[in-house]
Design a protein around this ligand. Structure first.
Ligand SMILES: C[S@@+](CC[C@H](N)C(=O)[O-])C[C@H]1O[C@@H](n2cnc3c(N)ncnc32)[C@H](O)[C@@H]1O
Length: 283
């Protein structure tokens, strides 16, 4: 990311979520705020989503990782978790849709200061008020102490917390990833859902060109995906940062769970994964 500019990929992901509402009728993730927060015309969103013949893959993965995270989050809330932390929130709208508002949960959206300031502007332009259960916490994962910032914003470190960290890990250095994992595992009974990418060679022949074009596009946006992991390496990293119960859901599993709900999905294998992990302290 450029230091003083909002994340361009946050806008791309928000457009994918909006296109999923228009083209797939929100069949994986129903998000009535997806178009509102974008504040763009339907025809522009459709043009964006038709710009690449393989755009359906982006819609599928964006919707599916949020759905997996939000389903796990709901189960955590049923077990009594009342603190939700959305790391690298971008234009995520979970806090606006919060289905648990009667249960006095607190939601912390953590993001790069420039992206967060831009989100505030977008919300104001779309005349969407910040809900009372939401705290916005500006943090640069590369420079700041995430735990300190969250505690200063009101997070209770001795109460359980559910973290989502979607579409962020690929853009961070391994040091920032490790420190953030330590923050999460230090909280008793915490859980996280996040996604990561394998090196490009993991993709099948038919999707490798898509992968190459995506990487070139990211470079133009100055948001390189710097951290990619083989699944065994990711598992080892999680273990070394105190996580034990690890469910790693690969792209093919995601396609078989959700693929039918997305129009025009191309076949093939991409090295994309969604992980649900809990630390050793979980009881
Ligand atoms: C691809 S977007 C994903 C947004 C959101 N999670 C979603 O699914 O819509 C990546 C997000 O990571 C954030 N990010 C990237 N590098 C960061 C850093 N060093 N510190 C804080 N946030 C960062 C960006 O600001 C952006 O919101």
């Amino acid at each position: 990311m450029k230091p003083n500019e909002p994340s361009r990929t946050a806008l791309t992901i928000a457009r994918q979520r909006a296109a999923h509402q228009l083209l797939d009728r929100g069949s994986i993730l129903c998000d009535p705020f997806a178009m509102k927060i974008l504040h763009e015309d339907e025809k522009d969103v459709l043009q964006f989503s038709n710009a690449h013949p393989l755009a359906a893959i982006g819609r599928l993965f964006t919707a599916a990782r949020s759905r997996i995270a939000e389903d796990a989050l709901s189960r955590a809330v049923e077990r009594g978790v009342r603190q939700i932390v959305i790391l690298g929130a971008g234009l995520d709208t979970f806090a606006l849709r919060n289905p648990h508002s009667a249960l006095e949960i607190r939601i912390y959206e953590v993001d790069h200061p420039a992206t967060q300031a831009w989100k505030r502007e977008r919300l104001a332009e779309a005349q969407i008020a910040l809900p009372p259960w939401l705290s916005l916490v500006p943090v640069d994962f590369e420079r700041d102490n995430v735990a300190q910032k969250l505690v200063a914003a009101g997070l209770q470190q001795n109460s359980p917390a559910f973290f989502t960290w979607l579409g962020v890990v690929p853009y961070l250095t391994q040091n920032a990833i490790g420190r953030t994992l330590d923050t999460m595992s230090s909280i008793h009974n915490s859980e996280v859902v996040f996604d990561y990418m394998e090196p490009p060679e993991a993709s099948s022949q038919e999707l490798r060109q898509f992968e190459k074009e995506r990487t070139e596009q990211l470079e133009k946006m100055d948001e390189r995906s710097v951290s990619r992991f083989e699944p065994a390496r990711m598992r080892a990293i999680l273990r070394s940062h105190g996580f034990c119960a690890i469910e790693d859901i690969g792209y093919e599993e995601i396609v078989s769970r959700f693929g039918r709900a997305v129009q025009g999905l191309a076949p093939g294998h991409l090295g994309l994964h969604v992980v649900h992990a809990r630390p050793l302290s979980f009881s």
